[in-house]
Design a protein around this ligand. Sequence first.
Ligand code: SAM
Length: 285
Amino acid sequence: MSTPATGPRALLKDATLRLSEAGVASPEYDAAELLAHVLGTSRGRLALVDEIAPVDQVAFEELVSRRAAREPLQHLTGSAAFRHVDLRVGPGVFVPRPETELLAGWAIDRAREVRDAPVVVDLCCGSGAIALSVVDEVPGAQVHAVELDSAAHAWAERNLVASGVDLRQGDMADAFPELAGAVDVVVCNPPYIPLEAWASVAPEARDHDPELALWSGDDGLDAMRVLATTAARLLRPGGWVGAEHADVQGESAAQVFLAGDRWTEVRDHHDLAGRPRYVTARLAR
Ligand SMILES: C[S@@+](CC[C@H](N)C(=O)[O-])C[C@H]1O[C@@H](n2cnc3c(N)ncnc32)[C@H](O)[C@@H]1O
């Protein structure tokens, strides 16, 4: 007997319950996003749908099962929203997170303060989320981005095609030698999870984000130290650096910039939940 057509409400209720039981943090939202994806519509327009055809029910059921097994929502829909842009994402690239939108917004504000053609560098660019937001929101910005991992770099290439961003594959440690002393803003969401925090990381990240995107030595700050050295090389005197960190690194990440006399105006910033989230500093003049 074939599956009869049914309404979206019953399907969503059942899917929400299954996702909730599987430990998904936002079960109702995810169920609606998946159904909208299957139907080729938006979450807001699901209320206009009366019946779901059997073929769509099967496709939805498959996606709900994968989400219940903790595959990231964005891998299932193939895209991630970030500020005003959409990024294509999937296996091999870090899924951009809402909390990073704050750091990107800070970099955008600093770039807008530069009178002509601000030069911005996104180190560890992953999908290209920060770099793409900067070109999208800062008219005339010259944006450069670098990513070490070849799979992640391939996703960034897709997302940044025709954007004008100068994308390179390589290590941030020696990236952009030709820009030394010429950059207005360096922004970076580096890998920062301490190795000992492995057990506390959600399965979506632990099992699906690339390892190179997550871990960074015993204290999680190995990449932060490289980024501070690279930013000091790239920035003009008075230029800004901003970098995301784990919520337990509010003091230790700032300490990376407070050591020595290269940096001024070192400040840590909180996210919308009030947790320490990113550090900013200015290269001494
Ligand atoms: C946490 S992810 C952030 C990606 C992106 N900026 C975002 O916010 O969505 C960190 C990224 O840094 C890359 N990465 C790690 N070490 C690197 C290095 N030494 N040089 C360049 N990229 C690096 C990883 O491959 C990963 O894509």
